[in-house]
Write a protein that binds this ligand. Sequence first.
Ligand code: CU
Ligand code: CU
Length: 332
Amino acid sequence: MSKPRGLSRRQLIAGVAPVVAAAPFAGIALAGRRELEATHMGTEHPAMGHAAMIGEAAPAPGGPNDLDAVTYPPAALPHQPGRVREYTLLAQDTEIEVAKGVFYPAWTYNGTAPGPVIRATEDDILRVEFRNGGGHPHTIHFHGIHPANMDGVFEIVEPGGSFTYEFPARPYGMHLYHCHATPLKKHIHKGLYGAFIIDPPEPRPPAQELVMVMNAFDTDGDGENNFYAVNGPAFYYARYPIKVKRSQTVRIYLANLTEFDQINSFHLHGDFFRYYPTGTSDTFEYTDTVMLCQGQRGIIEIDFANTGNFMFHAHQSEFAELGWMGFFEVSD
Ligand code: CU
Ligand code: CU
């Protein structure tokens, strides 16, 4: 698909920022990164400021509770070795709205990209029934420790087929799952991935728990991403800030499934957090920015010192301006 030349970032932002009204957003679907970069320097626009992009000023699709299922993980269960945890995942071809008015022909697990949060406690038996209702062969490849015949690489599931993955959940930590059919990068960037949490035998302290899967969408098929976000739609948590209490730790299970770009990152405003790489030990870094390649993940714990609205976003500024930004609304 050819793209209009000379669509400036100013036009892009100007088209994005005002309340959606009747203005079509088809233009931003066509805006490629090269157009953005070509006109990148010196184009200041009042609507570009992050402060303007909160609440109704943020052009995110969907309603206030649309992402609840992927944002708030199921509760952790106490350690009980041998208990069976069952999930059902259905691969399907799903048209999803990745930015306001921009639709993308995704491949999904259970209709969303990322797919459902899979959670188990270490030593549970994880049993995932996978059915392929999509138009291409797919699998589920879990990160973690499991037998070779449960790895989602060799047992390709044809359209209409099914496969049951079953193995003990270990090691504890923050993991991920994704399709491993080839071409791999296509099966990932189309949307077949999700968060996989394994809780430690000794429970983590109580917290306000969130899941954030960093992703992006190449809506014009040129092999470069046009929109970035966590958990799906661009600007979603700017339109609907995540409400948290200052009195309790905020724990984020964070993973990067962004295709094409070599790294992604998470940056918090106004505070610092503990970052536990892969969530597999008590060792943490105290910082406000972490960088992850695809497949890397970890656990963030924030004890907010102050109330108010605090931004979080990719510290690749371009990603932030193409949708990967949001806010915590911290109250007492
Ligand atoms: Cu696939
Ligand atoms: Cu992987």
